[in-house]
Design a protein around this ligand. Structure first.
Ligand SMILES: [Zn+2]
Length: 358
């Protein structure tokens, strides 16, 4: 199997003085690693990728907006410490990131009215989240709330989003989830209303960055709704919420959770155009898909297809008007069928020959 080489691998090779020009010929190089190689060739290496700002290891006041505080906070921490953290430059930077993602959601019409909400984990069992009844297009850092994992509001002048339980249940079920984003993008929500998981094996970005499942409908904001979503997040990072919208999570930060919205929405839109063209779509071969899944695994993204047999990889049986699996039927099945047919033909031929002789 060919090896996947990521940006992190290359940076480690450079750091340890290895020659990055002698990579195995069959290595799969991720797009960001390829960019880095080009930069090295032009003698202008960029600085190492910054530590994801949404992944605080600890929480206590810091004067640096990008450096996570040194002490891990939780909902039982002294109130003064929680308040100092909530008002720190570091927390302010996270709040600004949420505001920026809110603007993008609104500009792309992924939210309607006061719909949509986001959260970032900032300690053992605490998160910063968006308020209720505020358009995502006009969020301000001072609108944000600090909640514990039961959904109790600890700080913030505005009331926390009514859908916070789902975000917190995702974070509790999936320890890697440090950021969550929920909205109602029309094309993906259309698939969620129809109850259709988008077919796979068509666009590389979708295969690498998304892993999609549908959660059944329950009343928004109820613990049961969050529970049904949380049951899917061990192997999926993008959940279509039936008759409602989409929620995504990321282990890197809120911007990546937002990117997942762009990816699922662009994909669902592309699928509808493809379906309207009236032709059975061309799809990846199992080998092509496997190469994408290797990149996905090297990036630390979840996917239920890791380790599956090729014939199981692109089962799009539910999709209409029709996406066929590119995998040939199993070899032994073909042999079995042919052997039977051959035997039948042989028997009939022998009977005919016998009749001709008589
Ligand atoms: Zn919603």
């Amino acid at each position: 199997m060919s090896r996947v080489i990521s940006l992190r691998d290359l940076q480690e090779m450079v750091r340890t003085g290895q020659d990055v020009k002698n990579l195995p010929a069959d290595a799969i190089i991720t797009p960001s690693a390829r960019d880095y190689l080009h930069e090295l060739e032009s003698n202008a290496p960029r600085t190492p990728a910054p530590v994801p700002t949404g992944a605080p290891k600890a929480a206590a006041p810091s004067n640096d907006k990008l450096t996570p505080p040194t002490k891990v906070l939780n909902s039982k921490s002294p109130k003064a410490e929680l308040e100092a953290f909530f008002n720190s430059p570091y927390a302010h930077n996270l709040k600004e990131q949420i505001c920026e993602m809110g603007r993008r959601l609104w500009q792309r019409a992924y939210v309607d009215g006061n719909g949509g909400n986001m959260a970032i984990r900032v300690g053992e069992d605490i998160a910063i989240c968006t308020p209720t009844l505020v358009s995502k297009g006009s969020l301000k850092p001072e609108d944000m709330c600090l909640v514990d994992f039961q959904g109790n509001q600890l700080f913030g002048t505005k009331k926390r989003t009514s859908e916070i339980l789902m975000h917190l249940q995702i974070m509790q079920k999936q320890p890697k989830a440090i950021a969550t984003c929920h909205c109602h993008p029309p094309y993906s929500t259309g698939f969620a209303v129809a109850g259709i998981v988008p077919p796979t094996c068509m666009i590389p970005e979708y295969e690498v960055f998304a892993s999609v499942a549908i959660a059944p409908y329950r009343t928004p904001g109820t613990p049961e709704m969050g529970q049904l979503v949380a049951e899917l997040v061990d192997k999926h990072n993008t959940i279509l919420m039936a008759n409602h919208g989409v929620v995504t999570w990321s282990h890197n930060g809120i911007e990546e959770a937002y990117w997942r919205m762009e990816i699922i929405e662009a994909y669902c839109r592309t699928l509808l155009v493809t379906a309207q063209l009236g032709k059975i779509p061309n799809t990846f071969t199992p080998t092509q898909l496997n190469d994408l899944l290797k990149i996905k695994q090297s990036l630390g993204y979840v996917d239920p297809r890791y380790g599956m047999k090729e014939c199981e990889l692109c089962d799009n049986a539910e999709w209409r008007p029709g996406v066929a699996c590119a995998v040939e039927p199993k070899a032994e099945a073909v042999v079995g069928y042919d052997a039977d047919a051959e035997a039948a033909v042989k028997a009939i031929t022998e009977q005919i020959l016998a009749k001709l002789k008589t």
